[in-house]
Design a protein around this ligand. Structure first.
Ligand SMILES: Cc1ncc(COP(=O)(O)O)c(C=O)c1O
Length: 389
């Protein structure tokens, strides 16, 4: 059997799965237990020496979750990983692990909305300030660094308008100033972008998206070095307790088995759908990192293997009502907020126009985000055709 961690099928089919411990079952058991028992006091004491890797209490280590940690770390080419109950929990733990009162963070200007809330509202209450910068030029990061800066935060691309940061250039700036880099890599998935080999310290994902891929769990991951992951485990992970359940970890292991197939299908189908929309007279603009018209196309090609299924369009419409009619007429795209699952989705930004939680005014009212699922391109194009009519 191939035993290399860089062999994708080995990672997804075998890595971490110690079948001899559970009757050679092909699919691992769900260790649905909070607690683990010991034959004697010495064994109990011994297991506490390494709570990250020894089953003692499921908030720390659970064997089903442990299998998942190994697979996720290998996919990102990281030394280790932690799995959380949501992407937001992973991001919050990563960020909080690197700052204390009086510190400062430089973050790209349009991160995921709850990342923005974390930096701009929650951490401010604890005396941590953040500067938000455009980030399309690495110099924006350099210019915003203060003596108390601790983190350069990236989200490349973001999940609505897809601006990128030059990851290697930002890492070089961080290293010059001895700062930690954290990236939200949810858009690309570890198959299409690997920030750790580019020098990024901590990589987060909303695993609710492509990693799980079936729209049936909410989960998050955090990847990094043995040392950083152990520090975060011993502090934020164990104290905040935002862990994944064994059952959800099992679902994610199952979802991961088909990650390469799903990503291949989604990126090929999306290219066809984007090509169709780019030439449609009712489409004003397409936001898609691998479109030739995308302002950062060259950078996207340089640091990402492929683009995924997420893109946005601006529709030539006279009113929000017209946008609503377009969305309501689609049959094969579900109106829903998340992305990265088997089903195609549509999320019109005009939905945010009454919400207090989102900085909606920055997004054009005629912007609509689409996520391509596992349907055939022709079916989706036909559906778009009739709705645009
Ligand atoms: C880019 C990005 N990062 C992070 C998150 C947060 O992930 P979760 O919903 O799993 O907490 C999301 C969720 O939509 C997202 O789109």
């Amino acid at each position: 059997m191939q035993t290399s961690n860089s062999d994708l099928s080995y990672i997804l089919n075998h890595l971490g799965e110690e079948r001899e411990h559970y009757l050679q079952a092909v699919s691992p058991p769900i260790f649905q237990t909070s607690n683990f028992t010991f034959t004697d006091v010495a064994a109990m004491r011994n297991s506490l020496q390494d709570e990250l890797n020894t089953p003692f209490y499921t908030r720390g280590c659970n064997p089903t979750v442990a299998i998942l940690r190994k697979k996720v770390a290998a996919l990102e080419q990281a030394e280790d990983a932690l799995i959380f109950s949501s992407g937001s929990a992973a991001i919050a733990s990563a960020v909080m692990s690197q700052v204390a009162q009086g510190d400062h963070i430089v973050c790209v200007s349009k991160p995921y909305s709850w990342t923005n809330k974390l930096l701009d509202k929650l951490l401010k209450r604890f005396g941590v300030q953040s500067s938000f910068i455009n980030g399309t030029d690495p110099q924006h990061y350099a210019n915003a660094i203060q003596p108390n800066t601790k983190i350069l935060f990236l989200e490349s691309p973001n999940s609505i308008t897809f601006e990128l940061q030059d990851i290697e250039a930002v890492v070089a700036i961080a290293k010059q100033h001895n700062l930690v880099t954290i990236i939200d890599n949810s858009y690309a998935s570890p198959l299409f972008q690997q920030p750790i080999p580019m020098g990024v310290d901590l990589v987060t994902h909303s695993a609710s998206k492509y990693l799980n891929g079936h729209s049936d769990i909410v989960a998050g991951v955090l990847c990094g070095s043995h040392e950083m992951i152990r520090q975060i485990f011993e502090s934020e992970y164990m104290t905040l307790g935002g862990i994944i359940s064994p059952h959800d970890a099992w679902l994610m292991i199952r979802g991961l088995r088909t990650l390469p197939l799903r990503m291949k299908h989604v990126s090929e189908t999306t290219e066809k759908v984007v090509e169709y929309l780019e030439q449609h007279p009712k489409i004003e603009k397409v936001y898609y990192p691998f479109a030739k018209s995308f302002p950062q196309y060259d950078l996207a090609k340089k640091q990402m293997k492929r683009a995924t299924g997420l893109f946005s369009i601006q529709i030539k419409a006279e009113s929000i009502e017209e946008i609503e009619r377009f969305c309501n007429r689609l049959n094969r795209f579900l109106l829903a907020c998340s992305w990265g699952g088997h089903e195609s989705l549509i999320f019109p930004m005009c939905v945010l126009y009454q919400s207090q939680n989102y900085r909606s005014t920055e997004l054009p009212w005629n912007l609509v985000r689409m996520c391509i699922g596992l349907e055939e391109a022709e079916v989706l194009i036909r559906d778009l055709e009739q709705a645009l009519e």
